[in-house]
Design a protein. Structure first.
Length: 265
């Protein structure tokens, strides 16, 4: 057995060159929490003649739960359609008990930004909006997004964070939207530099473009369909596997996250 075939450190390998059906090394995290909006909630749209359009969060088909079944780990949906980072911090997480230490996870996957930037028109901001006292962060998307990370770091100091960028758009997407999403991607990269144990799942750079063909296959209405959420689960799991394989030494104590123990030589 050639161990190099498993623990690839090929500098030419891109994050989604290897697609894992079982999530690969995502399984080293036994409890994962997903913080996100409709596209993290398994939201489906319904529409019948003469009836208003319906929106339904169906966690069972969310990419988080597909990932849970693939990898054999527990995944919490700390999500809801329409969610923003500001609402999550100000009311939603507290009302739902998502700050409860009993629900602390070893890893957090955070996929927020669409409703903040495109819906509310909130300023993107920068890591300069982050204060050591999370309650003094600036009132920008960056300030609220960072507050999510900061709060969970207080609950689980050794947790690992994976920040998800927005997918790429085709040339038909208005330039102002593409610019906002590019700024969001840069902010995620800057956040990963700012915070410890934080990585970027850069679907904007390495995932498929959401063009007409992608939407025909994997969207129904304005949201992903079941096949789309399943595909995202495979991409998220494969991307985390890539990150772990290329940084093995940084994950060698992952099993201790949430315990009082460490291995210190």
């Amino acid at each position: 057995m050639d161990i190099k075939q498993i623990f690839s450190r090929d500098p030419e390998e891109k994050p989604l060159d290897v697609i894992k059906d079982d999530g690969g090394f995502t399984s080293i995290f036994r409890r994962i929490a997903v913080v996100g909006d409709s596209l993290a909630s398994g939201e489906l749209e319904s529409m019948d003649a003469g009836c208003p359009r319906g929106y339904h969060d169906i966690f069972d088909i969310s990419w988080g739960q597909y990932l849970a079944r693939m990898s054999g780990t527990t995944v919490y949906n700390f999500t809801r359609g329409g969610m923003t980072a500001s609402e999550y911090c100000n009311t939603f997480a507290d009302a739902m008990g998502y700050w409860d230490k009993a629900k602390a996870a070893q890893a957090y996957i955070i996929a927020l930004g669409c409703n903040d930037l495109d819906g509310l028109g909130q300023a993107v901001g920068s890591v300069g909006d982050i204060n050591e006292d999370l309650h003094r962060n600036a009132d920008t998307f960056a300030g609220h997004f960072a507050k999510v990370i900061q709060h969970y770091k207080e609950i689980q100091p050794d947790a690992v964070f994976f920040l998800v960028t927005m997918p790429g758009e085709d040339e038909n997407c208005p330039q102002e939207i593409r610019a906002r999403h590019d700024a969001h991607r840069q902010l995620m990269l800057d956040m990963a530099e700012h915070f410890t144990n934080t990585y970027v799942i850069d679907l904007r750079e390495y995932g498929p473009v959401h063009d007409a063909l992608f939407r025909k296959l994997f969207w129904t209405g304005g949201h992903l369909n079941s096949a789309g959420y399943y595909l995202v689960a495979k991409m998220i799991g494969s991307y985390i596997d890539y990150i772990v394989r290329h940084n093995m030494e940084k994950f060698n104590q992952s099993g201790f996250i949430g315990t009082p123990w460490k291995y210190c030589e």
